[in-house]
Design a protein around this ligand. Structure first.
Ligand code: NAD
Length: 474
């Protein structure tokens, strides 16, 4: 059974457990305990004790430890990627990409001496100077989703702790092993006990953290209904919150698009990570006359994608996270057909023990259909059609989410028009997955984000600090 990390101690929890699977074989590989209020209280108390000293530890010492953590992540890069593949299911290549993107946040955290600088203004009025300092908040908490078991925890605690906070992380109960390994390496790097604590569990543990009076801020990443709920609960308890939610991302293809470039990008966007990505392309919109060729080429290429266990050479689409989730995605395919979509490629019916679903393409989908509006979170790409850019933008803006929207075109004017008018916080131009690097914020809009300051980038340093302004006369 995986253990909670409280201070320096890995503690067993006598609570009901859930199985952790290898989604490619359906085998149970671990058990994860469902911690409750008592375990959360213990973790927060350990973090609180550590905060006294940690918040006064010189910045350069905190950064030195972060550099050591980064070295250990590099040293164990391959093990981390294999662990991600083992319990999440994505391909090894995708897992390596995830670990790399996560380490880049640690690189970014090491730039704290620049990003934690305050400001001064001399002689504001006669003989008076004004200074601004950034202070840590105290104990802060992170609640990540299942789909990036290493990267998303790394969006959270490195920036928080380098800024002087102490942390309680509640990993996803479906993929808790990445966070466990990160915490082991964090301790090995020499961080003092209590700076990072782990509490395993699900809703009960998450709610206990969000309502705990000593937790000053909560960073959540997950589905839209839970993000909304966490945002409300945190506000009710008077604390800072950053809650990133779900998505429904449009990939607009203009008649002048270079399809040789666009098709592989669309395929990777829709079917990479088995579609379990908040930046997954969900609807490909063919504009003007490009529609029929776009559909044909998507189907022809998607048909050739190799589905299988993520660790096998040449596999491009791994399994879904759980059998229930696979059934849910299959339910969406069925719903789409009932609503009048046409099945252009059917990925159902793959044999084997794992939770596999092959690439599926639904044609003639509109934003009025459930499959055109809701997040499916599986390897299902919808195709829709628009007469012109205007209509394509209207389709993208008709969904309540605003995570990402992408356009494929050779016209700078069209790309600029799209950028200006599409209601999404991350925009791709001839790019299938517009993921901002660690030094920019992960900027979902509308129902894809509840809060003010986004994950990573300078936003995260502001999120994890409070400001003090000193007005002085001598
Ligand atoms: P989820 O909302 O089910 O779970 C996320 C976290 O919340 C987990 O740690 C879980 O234990 C906890 N949780 C679940 N139900 C809860 C409840 N009722 N109250 C309190 N906590 C609860 O999400 P998931 O299925 O793990 O992840 C997939 C979702 O995350 C997708 O919707 C995806 O789009 C989204 N996501 C968003 C981003 C982003 O940056 N916007 C990034 C990755 C994933």
């Amino acid at each position: 059974m995986v253990k909670n990390l409280i201070g320096a101690e890995w503690q067993e929890v006598s609570r009901p457990t859930l199985p952790v699977y290898n989604p490619a074989t359906g085998e149970v590989i671990e058990e994860v305990p469902l911690s409750g209020k008592e375990e959360v209280d213990r973790a927060v108390a350990a973090a609180q004790r550590a905060f006294e000293v940690w918040s006064r530890t010189p910045l350069m010492e905190r950064v030195r430890l972060m550099f050591r953590f980064k070295e250990l992540l590099e040293k164990h890069f391959e093990d981390l990627a294999h662990l991600v593949t083992l319990h999440h299911g994505k391909t090894l290549e995708e897992a390596r990409g995830e670990v790399r993107r996560g380490i880049e946040v640690v690189d970014f955290a090491c730039s704290a001496p620049t990003l934690l600088q305050g400001r001064t203004l001399r002689e504001v009025t006669g003989g008076v100077d004004q200074n601004l300092f950034h202070y840590p908040l105290g104990v802060v908490a992170g609640i990540p989703p299942f789909n990036f078991p290493v990267m998303i925890p790394l969006w959270m605690f490195p920036i928080a702790v380098v800024a002087g906070n102490t942390f309680v992380l509640k990993p996803s109960e479906r993929t808790p092993l990445g966070a466990v390994r990160l915490a082991e390496l964090f301790l090995e790097a020499g961080f003092p006990e209590g700076v990072l604590n782990l509490v395993h569990g699900a809703q009960e543990a998450a709610e206990a953290l969000v309502s705990h009076p000593e937790v000053k801020a909560v960073q959540f990443v997950g589905s839209e209904p839970v993000a909304r709920r966490i945002y409300q609960l945190a506000a009710q308890h008077g604390k800072r919150v950053s809650a990133a939610g779900g998505a429904k991302n449009h990939l607009v293809v203009m008649p002048d698009a270079n399809l040789d470039q666009a098709i592989p990008a669309i395929l990777n966007s829709a079917f990479g990570n088995a579609g379990e990505r908040c930046l997954a392309g969900s609807v490909a919109v063919g504009v003007g006359g490009v529609g029929p060729e776009l559909l044909e080429r998507i189907v022809e290429s998607a048909r050739r994608l190799k589905v299988g266990p993520g660790w096998e050479e040449g596999v491009q689409v791994g399994p879904l996270i759980r059998e229930e989730h696979r059934k849910r995605v299959v339910g969406y395919i069925q719903k789409g057909l009932e609503e009048g979509a046409r099945l252009a490629l059917d990925g159902r019916g793959i044999e084997g023990k794992g939770f596999f679903l092959g690439p599926t393409v639904l044609d003639r989908v509109s934003p009025r259909m459930v499959v055109g509006r809701e997040e499916i979170f599986g390897p299902v790409l919808s195709v829709s059609y628009a007469q012109d850019l205007e209509e394509a933008i209207a389709q993208a803006n008709a969904v309540p989410y605003g995570n990402m929207a992408t356009i494929f075109t050779q016209s700078g004017r069209v790309a600029r028009e799209f950028r200006e008018r599409v209601q999404a916080g991350m925009v791709g131009i001839n790019v299938g997955v517009a993921q901002p690097f660690a030094f920019y914020p992960f900027s979902g809009w509308r129902n894809s984000f509840f809060g003010d300051l986004h994950p990573h980038g300078p936003d995260a340093f502001l999120f994890y600090t409070q400001r003090k302004v000193v007005v002085e006369r001598w």
